[in-house]
Design a protein around this ligand. Structure first.
Ligand code: ZN
Length: 557
């Protein structure tokens, strides 16, 4: 699995902790995925019905979007933020891209990877018609060059761990590349979200200096768009690649503004200075009204992404050691109430650790729905009762209370924690909320300095969840709640060696069921994203956010 953070709030990348095949990052805003269907379009210019007159496709036009912060640069081996990966996708090609179900689809590749019987090698063929925008053809040499950067001892960037199972990458012929592994590695799809670099331009740049090279900020790629200008702190301007191998995109220009404030973005959306942007839940009603009034904006709701929010219980704390207590805590929390109360209904309850858009998702997990009476009974069975009449549960002279940390600046989360505090009060539990500044918060999470913590993951790529749930990841990894279940460890290891998709589905469904039973987190919800588009824009994928698949978009008249 791989992960990037969502835009819109302060960004927290746990890039220092990227491990093995997993590339995770914490996600500091609340956008995310939802299982049910394609969402809806609202606003005055909602997508036409079949009876309307056909619209004409326009050749040209400009998309103006915005990011809260500057991209880091255009080489994915170094750049770790969502903003960086989005702008890199405009300019570059990949062997494969991920679809909305986190499955690979060929980009430069002409088919799926072919494995040897022992699964020790993987062969990929690439198309012959891809060219860099300086006119040079993209060949197997460029692919080999890119992966050899990753495998070089001189590469010490944040994605190092992703390539640890790979021993070499070789050219077979101009259009064929062979990958050799140290051990069979079912998580191989995590090797693919890396943009293919032009060997002819970079072969003389020392690998250690690639991320300080001119190329890092002024890239030459082979993707649908070219970077024309990057004005630091202001904008990045792109124009379409007329020779793109999948055909010239219809949209001529893309401008990505840098605007470090979500409210300013929403103001510019209303004036038309931005025309494509994600709308935060707390701004939705304002923008819906603006869309109705102006007729120039349409909203796509319910967009599937891959993040979820949760409460992590520090399992080294005796208060949370018993799974019956954790299950009862989950039953004390009205998750639908949180979705409706703080996220304008833009989300779906999570019961396990896999987001519903994933191909491995299984609904068949133990569930602990909101049930105050049942929760109270469980606490009582565990010896927690209000013996002194103060309304709070007591046991051995101690009151049931604990601290819950939340990151500062994320208004939705700060509000959600307050709602959870009120809900737990009803069963006789007191939460002391601690709002912590962004970087200190991330550090507390990584260093396990919390009793309970409200946080979120955005997970993409291979579904194997080793990085978060395997006991080997407690010491240095992202298993910061110290969850340890030998059965889960074994299933995770078995899955990493399994290449059969249905077998993997079965193994990972068992992992999900076991983790759901154990409730090391109270899984809260997966938020859904709302995108604002110009009312005359078509061709976008209603299941995806940001600029994904922008080369298929077009304006109509
Ligand atoms: Zn009491």
């Amino acid at each position: 699995m791989s992960s990037t953070l969502r835009k819109r709030n302060s960004k927290l990348v746990l890039s220092a902790l990227l491990l093995g095949m997993t590339v995770l990052s914490a996600c500091s805003s609340d956008t995310g995925s939802k299982p049910d269907a394609a969402g809806e379009t609202s606003g005055p210019a909602s997508t036409s019905t079949t009876t309307e007159t056909a619209k004409t496709k326009v050749d040209g036009g400009e998309i103006i979007t915005a990011y809260l912060s500057e991209p880091q640069g255009f080489i994915r081996l170094w750049a770790t933020t969502t903003t960086s990966s989005e702008v890199t996708e405009l300019v570059f090609s990949y062997l494969y891209k991920l679809n909305e179900n986190q499955e690979i689809v060929p980009d430069l590749a002409t088919g799926m990877p072919v494995f040897s019987d022992d699964k020790m090698t993987m062969t990929i063929k690439i198309r012959k018609d891809a060219k860099f925008t300086d006119g040079e053809p993209l060949t197997a040499d460029d692919v080999v060059f890119t992966y050899n950067v990753a495998l070089s001892p001189d590469y010490t960037g944040p994605r190092k761990g992703t390539f640890s199972e790979l021993s070499k990458v070789e050219k077979v012929d101009e259009e064929t590349i062979k990958f050799t592994f140290k051990t069979p590695f079912a998580g191989y799809i995590d090797l693919f979200p890396y943009n293919i670099l032009p060997e002819h331009l970079l072969k003389d740049v020392p690998i250690k200096e690639l991320n300080q090279s001119e190329f890092y900020k002024k890239p030459i790629g082979s993707g649908p768009y070219k970077l024309v200008e990057w004005k630091t702190g202001q904008y990045l301007a792109f124009t379409r690649n007329e020779d793109y191998y999948r055909g010239k995109p219809a949209i001529e220009k893309i401008t990505a503004k840098i605007i470090p404030d979500a409210n300013s973005m929403m103001a510019q959306l209303q004036t038309g200075e931005i025309n494509v942007i994600g709308v935060p839940a707390d701004q939705l009603s304002v923008i819906e009204q603006a869309a109705k009034t102006s007729g120039k904006i349409k909203l796509q709701k319910g967009i599937v992404t891959t993040s979820y929010s949760f409460i992590g219980w520090n399992l080294t704390n005796p208060l949370f050691a018993d799974k019956k207590i954790r299950q009862a805590l989950t039953m004390s929390i009205d998750r639908q109430g949180i979705i409706d109360g703080v996220a304008e209904g833009q989300g779906k309850i999570m019961h396990g650790q896999t987001v519903p858009s994933y191909w491995t998702y299984s609904d068949n997990v133990p569930k602990f729905p909101y049930d105050v009476e049942k929760a109270k009974k469980s606490f009582e069975e565990a010896g927690w009762k209000d013996t002194n009449g103060d309304g709070l549960l007591d046991k051995d002279g101690k009151t049931f209370e604990f601290e819950m940390q939340v990151n500062q600046g994320n208004k939705i989360r700060e509000k959600a924690v307050t709602v959870i505090q009120q809900q737990l009060k009803k069963v006789g539990i007191n939460i002391n909320i601690r709002v912590v500044e962004g970087s200190a918060f991330t550090k507390n999470f990584q260093e396990k300095k919390f009793e309970s913590i409200y946080y979120a993951w955005n997970i993409t790529g291979d579904p194997n969840p080793k990085g978060i749930w395997h006991s080997a990841e407690i010491e240095h990894g992202l298993n910061t709640v110290s969850y340890s279940n030998p059965q889960v460890d074994q299933l995770i290891e078995e899955d990493l060696q399994s290449f059969d998709k249905s077998k993997r589905k079965e193994l990972l469904a068992k992992v999900d069921a076991q983790i759901a039973e154990d409730q090391p987190y109270t899984f809260l919800y997966t938020p859904t994203t709302v995108m604002a588009y110009p009312s005359n824009l078509e061709g976008f994928n209603p299941l995806r956010d940001s600029l994904k698949e922008v080369e298929k978009w077009y304006f109509t008249k």
